[in-house]
Design a binder for this molecule. Structure first.
Ligand code: DP6
Length: 331
């Protein structure tokens, strides 16, 4: 009997310049590049154990056995790992996250980043960072950005070979925080994968993509120069652009709730009156309020007054995906 296992931990990320729309759905080659920061307090930890004794893959996520499409998505991903390693051997996957899944905090990002690293290590592949980022990308686009640490840019690329993420500023390069206002814990009705595939039905998507290089340049420069106000303006613009596409694609996706909009507007007012913060939303109603860590307590207090019943998750900048306890036992 041969038994090989590995455990990896990865953080989700929050995008300042968003990924929305693929030019190749299978390979998840994006229509444009994107930029994000990893979130230190949130993580997914995944153990993958391959064994000749297993007749099929089993996947347990937060103590629940996956079936149907979610299982097929993971098995399809494991098939890629198996084909890279040239091995036909099934796996037990056990994964848990310390934050609510499917509520606009890209759980698929940390999940597929951890799975790419644990799965490839368990089969004895030692992939470098860009190879891992490419592999993670095929499981979930945003997962490519959860492989490197700190502030990451995922290149659109010309093909599968050069569409991966790199760190543009390390974790300790700029001390920002994300205050995630949880307005809903429920699983989103339309997931990102279905949403990406109909992005092109919005007449706004071509304009959004055509302008992406400009927004990426401004965002990258703002991060490298630690220019918070430039980052705030471009990130809010980019988030609104993505949601304008979402709301006008077919079928339309309205992720904003009334309280999301109330926070978006309040954050703009707080910034105008001198409190450094900005708001950005992914595929869900929860609002990510980004601020320099030194302003975190004031921003938190303001949010709490506005939405006293909402839970707020707080995170600094996270590091790269990493193996926790690599073990290879051969019998
Ligand atoms: C709105 O990476 O979740 O969060 O590749 O289908 O898993 P799949 O999509 P996913 O899309 C994330 C979209 C977003 C914006 C972003 O994170 O860039």
């Amino acid at each position: 009997m041969e038994l090989k296992s590995a455990t990896a931990l990865a953080h989700p990320n929050i995008a300042f310049i968003k990924y929305w729309g693929n030019r190749d759905e299978q390979l998840r080659l994006p229509q444009s590049g994107s930029i994000s920061m990893n979130l230190a307090s949130l993580h997914t930890e995944t153990t993958v154990r391959f064994s000749d004794d297993l007749e099929r893959d089993t996947v347990v996520v937060n103590s629940q056995l996956l079936v149907g499409d979610p299982l097929a998505r993971v098995t399809g991903f494991l098939d890629r790992v198996r084909s890279l390693a040239g091995k036909q051997i099934h796996a037990d996957v056990v994964s848990s996250s310390n934050f609510p899944i499917g509520a606009g905090i890209a759980s698929s990002a940390s999940a597929f980043a951890a799975l790419a690293l644990a799965g490839s290590a368990a089969l004895g592949l030692s992939l470098n960072e860009s190879e891992l980022s490419r592999l993670a990308r095929t499981g979930s686009g945003s997962a490519s950005r959860s492989i490197p640490g700190g502030y990451c840019e995922w290149a659109r690329g010309e093909s599968d070979l050069d569409s991966f993420s790199v760190s543009i500023l390390p974790q300790d390069g700029w001390d920002l925080s994300d205050l995630i206002v949880l307005l809903s814990h429920s699983h989103k009705k339309v997931g990102s994968t279905a949403g990406h595939s109909s992005a092109n039905t919005s007449p706004y998507q071509p304009a959004r993509i055509q302008d992406a290089a400009r927004r990426l340049d401004i965002c990258r420069k703002a991060i490298l120069e630690r220019d918070f106000s430039a980052l705030a303006e471009i990130s809010e613009e980019d988030s609104t652009l993505m949601h304008a596409v979402m709301m006008t694609q077919q079928p339309p996706l309205f992720y904003w709730e009334p309280r999301s909009l109330a926070i978006i507007k309040a954050v703009k007012e707080w910034r105008a009156s001198g409190l450094p913060c900005f708001a950005t939303l992914d595929a869900g109603p929860n609002v990510h309020v980004i601020c320099p860590t030194e302003a975190r307590d004031d921003v938190y207090a303001n949010i709490h007054v506005l939405v006293p019943d909402s839970q707020i998750l707080v995170s600094g900048v996270g590091g790269p995906a990493h193996l926790i306890n690599p073990t290879t036992v051969e019998h």
